[in-house]
Ligand binder design. Sequence first.
Ligand SMILES: O=C(CO)COP(=O)(O)O
Length: 251
Amino acid sequence: MRKPIIAGNWKMHKTGAEAKQLVEELKELIAGVEDVEIVVCPPFTALETVTELCRGTNLTVGAQNMHWEKEGAYTGEISGQMLKYLGCRYVIVGHSERRQYFGETNETVNKKVKAALSCGLYPIVCVGETLEQREAGITAEVCRKQVEEGLASLKDDQVSRVVVAYEPVWAIGTGRTASARDAEEVISYIRSVVAGMYGEKAAGEMRIQYGGSVKPDNIKELMEQPNIDGALVGGASLKAQSFAQIVRFEG
Ligand SMILES: O=C(CO)COP(=O)(O)O
């Protein structure tokens, strides 16, 4: 059985003090939830505060990006080891905003995925098509390429530690969610691509999330789909109340 995973991607929001307040509120609202893995991904500057607040709770912490090298002359970058040392468990890799604004490619995604795995982090690897690509009917092709190249040449025992997030770019921050059926269709296709690369067993164990305008009122239907194992939530993760409702699959 794949344990559902709901992750909040805070993007470039929340100072340390704001992060502390949000996590404290959230901890109360999600107390006792054990059947869902709950992850918060604050900006780098709030990671230390948040990992300390989450220690010993049912909340785990992820970062939003990392560099693939362990250390070196890479001004402004943060390595996987640094994140691991802080107490992060997850790291988001290849978010569409990083692909769009910061030149992330399937190749750099692959380097980051391998680096994350080798230092004991669990990567959440984002894939998804733009509106233009969806309208051109090439959604499957785009996602296949992102998965095949982004997850290329992993060791067999690493594959089940990868989480994939299918985030159609046109659904991010737009209020336009993919229908649960459309999301399920692409996600089951992504699972078949992973099966082609690493076998049915590994693909069956991999958790695949949906992301893009996930809200309390659409989470239940999304989670009812057989291949959707959770959500990567942007805007609705910035408020404790709405994120807690999503974590509880409550509309
Ligand atoms: O990009 C997202 C999560 O990584 C989705 O953002 P929204 O939930 O704000 O659409």
